[in-house]
Design a protein around this ligand. Structure first.
Ligand SMILES: Cc1ncc(COP(=O)(O)O)c(C=O)c1O
Length: 356
């Protein structure tokens, strides 16, 4: 797989290829054609469930592993997937666990959650996620404060320094990514695998990092990238509930909300607000059923791009009478089935996967 990346010849491609070899990642992830003729003449799934821990968050944690060379404090807010990916890196990447100490803010009621069902019907309890996350001395967990205030860089840094009694090590908050793009490569792989820029890409939106970096790749993002989110904290796709990055009140009232990213962002890029469209609970159920029908393995958040069967059903900015020519649905993944499988096998969370 990495030969393909090497062959692209670009510096970025070579760097990614190096990481893919070193960390055991399985890139590029597959782009598989689907039979959805009313949506597009050619419709594909970009399947990020093929990542080691089942989600596209492995792209972010690979960037982090590579960027850290000295002892560093890392902080993040996670509903589970980034945290699970990071813990797997700690287990499997040589020396990474010695270099980092990680403070993770998780939902205060994660222990009462059941996540899923996935398109395979699997669920996982929040307590199982907590038990996988709690197994490393270099990882501390804190509950996200119930008052709903945003945890900014300074607040997370203070908490990390207190938790590890460390005033001097460098600190990085990866809640909104790092200062190197991690997800742009997903769109780059799509364009390379197709040999063209698709007419329409559908992507989930939580903090909006994937949507932002996908938009960065195309010339007319308002026409080509449809970002989808939920307006309810208890949604089946709760990983996508992002009130700090999106006008959720408008999302609920009129079916779309505009984004609220800081600009310039961590990548130094100017961020103009753009529209994100709402997906309701019954649509998420339909999307999961559609994933099952097309043999796509997705958790609810990953399944939301499968909400629409026909171009006429798309949100008004994107709706058309005729099917699109080329459509790509990004399945951001499914850590639930990976967690279930690997725990079933080893009884202790993700099993080591990395070679040299
Ligand atoms: C499976 C899945 N899909 C989508 C998202 C949203 O991604 P982003 O925060 O980049 O918008 C998340 C975030 O946690 C996720 O776990």
């Amino acid at each position: 797989m990495t030969d393909w990346l090497q062959s692209r010849g670009t510096q970025h491609g070579k760097e990614i290829a190096h990481r893919a070899t070193y960390y055991g990642d399985n890139w590029p992830t597959p782009l598989r054609e689907l039979d959805m003729p009313h949506l597009g003449r050619r419709v594909y799934v970009k399947d990020e469930a093929a990542n080691v821990t089942g989600t596209f968050k492995d792209r972010l944690t690979a960037t982090l592993v590579r960027s850290i060379s000295e002892p560093t404090l890392v902080g993040l807010i996670s509903y589970g997937n980034t945290a699970l990916s990071l813990v797997n890196r700690i287990k499997t990447c040589p020396d990474f666990g010695q270099r980092v100490r990680v403070l993770i803010y998780v939902p205060s009621d994660l222990d009462s959650w059941t996540l899923g069902p996935t398109s395979l019907g699997t669920t996982v309890k929040g307590t199982e996620i907590l038990s996988v996350l709690s197994r490393h001395d270099c990882v501390r967990l804190l509950p996200i404060p119930a008052d709903g205030a945003f945890l900014d860089d300074a607040a997370i840094e203070r908490a990390a320094r207190t938790a590890f009694n460390d005033r001097s090590s460098p600190f990085v908050n990866i809640t909104e990514g790092t200062d190197t793009p991690s997800y742009e490569i997903i769109g780059t792989e799509i364009i390379d695998q197709l040999g063209a820029v698709p007419d329409l890409i559908l992507t989930p939106f939580g903090a909006g990092m994937l949507a932002n970096e996908t938009r960065d790749l195309v010339e007319d993002p308002d026409q080509r990238v449809l970002a989808l989110s939920v307006g309810n904290r208890n949604s089946l796709a709760r990983m996508l509930y992002g009130p700090f990055w999106l006008d959720v009140a408008a999302l609920n009232q009129i079916g779309y909300g505009t984004t609220r990213h800081s600009s310039p962002d961590r990548l130094g890029r100017i961020r103009q607000p753009y529209r994100v469209h709402r997906v309701d609970e019954d649509q998420i159920h339909e999307a999961l059923a559609r994933c099952a029908k097309h043999s796509v393995c997705a958790e609810p958040s990953g399944a939301v791009p499968f909400t629409f069967e026909s171009s006429q059903d798309l949100p008004v900015d994107f709706a058309r009478d005729e099917p699109y020519q080329t459509v790509v649905l990004i399945n951001t993944g499914n850590s639930i089935d990976y967690l279930r499988r690997s725990r079933g096998r080893s009884g202790e969370g993700f099993s080591p996967t990395v070679a040299s």
